[in-house]
Design a protein around this ligand. Structure first.
Ligand code: ACO
Length: 435
């Protein structure tokens, strides 16, 4: 067996170093041994945007981006989306194993009985302007939850479990209330007789009916979409949650950071941006001109490309199939032909092929959500609800990992060298030029 080490020769000094390699990684702190002299801090690895840095070990989600593979706790995403439910998948992500029948039932009961929120939180949501974006409201409302739970210790497993249950249970309620506020509609309270997805549909769409009965096809489709969105290892929002939680702030504030990161159009906000893009293109005949503009650097093809997938995103493949089930019970989306034509051209075009740009999870989800009756500003909210379980699984894993400490990257300083303070009278008369 060849040694599991990396030999580095520092040409500045001629010194030779053996660095251990474990699971395909060297420890960045081992580079600190590589120094030019006693005053040298040691070699750093420079990795803007964490392009090649593993910040943790994790046993939750596996992705092979080149092969288009995604697994939760070892189970292929396609099997989970087809055979599991969101709550069962949530249990798997949090506990590490699929539940037994009684285990799932008690988990379902626990989540269901924590769906209500304090009435004062409702008043807090009332304070938002009528046209506030539901994601902005959700960021604030999740953080505000922290003020309602003084018992939010993360020290013991039982205490962590309670925060996990509360967050998974209350997220749909906060999301639905934020949505109804943005529509100027009265809030619809949780109905504990319904499934997780069915209750969300109830809280979003209930009008004058005494008992809301979700369409079973749409309820199942939403649940499957939630399974697909539940976790995606160390993406931007999960990294935000882990970093913020590493300060040992409570999980409500940490998850609020995750929601904030997800809001951005390069991350979860892309599903809303995809719909806006499809509406702006408008027709199949306008697709070639739009592709030309993207290739000329005038904007991006939203819903395409991924930092990790250099192949078809397996979630996008499943969502494309799911669209057929949804459109069978709703009106077919007039934007679907535009999306299909975009995909067809992009998958043949050298620009996209050479950069390995394929549809990601957001490319088709917005079209489905629109057909189900959602307005675009809630699309990212529908991503934040299921991703909460991934954030919490990662939070739990981080807290129980003895190697983790407060997140604190290094920097390569490029600013001015040490210089003396200049009194105001000696600074000239021009305006300060800012970068
Ligand atoms: N449309 C057109 N060109 C693109 C796109 C796109 N959607 N994505 C990447 N490219 C091009 C870039 O211009 C760049 O080209 P260049 O080498 O000629 O400069 C090359 O492909 C590599 O792009 P990067 O931005 O370096 O790739 P990165 O890994 O940093 O970005 C990202 C990944 C942010 C997802 C990017 O592909 C993107 O902006 N996609 C559109 C937004 C989107 O759909 N986001 C959702 C991602 S899924 C999720 O977060 C849930």
């Amino acid at each position: 067996m060849p040694p599991e080490t990396l030999t580095v020769i520092d040409n500045r000094t001629g010194q030779r170093y053996e660095l251990p390699v474990e699971r395909g990684a060297i420890r960045a702190t081992d580079l600190r041994r590589i120094r030019t002299g006693p005053d040298d801090f040691g070699l750093l690895s420079y990795d803007p945007a964490f392009m090649n840095t593993a910040s943790c070990r994790s046993a939750i989600t596996f992705i092979d981006g080149d092969a288009g593979i995604l697994r939760y706790r070892g189970y292929p995403i396609e099997q989970l989306a087809e055979h599991s439910t969101y709550l069962e998948t949530a249990y798997l992500l949090i506990q590490g194993e699929l539940p037994t029948a009684p285990g799932l039932e008690s988990w379902r009961r626990e989540i269901t009985h924590h769906t209500w929120i304090h009435e004062n939180l409702k008043k807090f949501l009332d304070g938002f302007h009528h046209d506030a974006h539901p994601m902005g409201m959700l960021v604030s409302a999740v953080a505000a939850l922290s003020t309602f739970y003084p018992d939010k210790s993360d020290a013991a497993a039982a205490a962590r479990h309670l925060q996990v249950v509360r967050l998974i249970a209350k997220m749909p309620t906060l999301a639905a209330f934020a949505y109804r506020h943005s529509l100027g509609m009265p809030y619809a309270y949780p109905d504990n007789d319904l499934s997780y997805a069915g209750n969300l549909l109830n809280m979003l769409f209930k009008a004058t009916e005494v008992k809301y009965r979700p369409n079973p096809v749409l309820e199942r489709a939403l649940d499957a979409l939630f399974v697909l969105h539940a976790d995606h290892e160390q993406n931007c929002s999960t990294t935000a949650v882990r970093s913020v939680a590493s300060s040992r702030v409570d999980p409500y504030c940490a998850v609020a950071a995750g929601v904030a990161a997800l809001y951005g159009p390069l991350h979860g906000g892309a599903n809303e941006a995809v719909l806006e893009m499809l509406q702006a293109i408008g027709s199949v005949s306008a697709v070639p001109e739009f592709i030309r503009q993207v290739k000329a650097g005038q904007g991006r093809l939203m819903g395409f490309g991924h930092r990790v997938y250099k192949n078809y995103d397996p979630r996008a493949r499943f969502i494309k199939q799911l669209a057929e089930d949804v459109f069978a019970v709703t009106r077919p989306s007039p934007l679907l032909p535009v999306a299909l034509e975009l995909e067809r051209i992009a998958l043949e075009d050298e620009y996209f092929v050479s950069r390995k740009l394929y549809p990601n999870v957001d490319f088709y989800s917005g079209i489905i959500y629109q057909a189900m009756g959602f307005t675009p500003d809630i699309f990212t909210v529908l991503f934040a609800i299921p991703r909460t379980v991934g954030w919490l699984a990662q939070w739990q894993e981080m807290l129980t990992d003895s190697e983790q400490k407060i997140a604190r990257p290094r920097q390569v300083y490029t600013g001015a060298p040490c210089r003396d303070f200049v009194p105001m009278a000696e600074r000239g008369v021009g305006e300060l030029v800012t970068a």
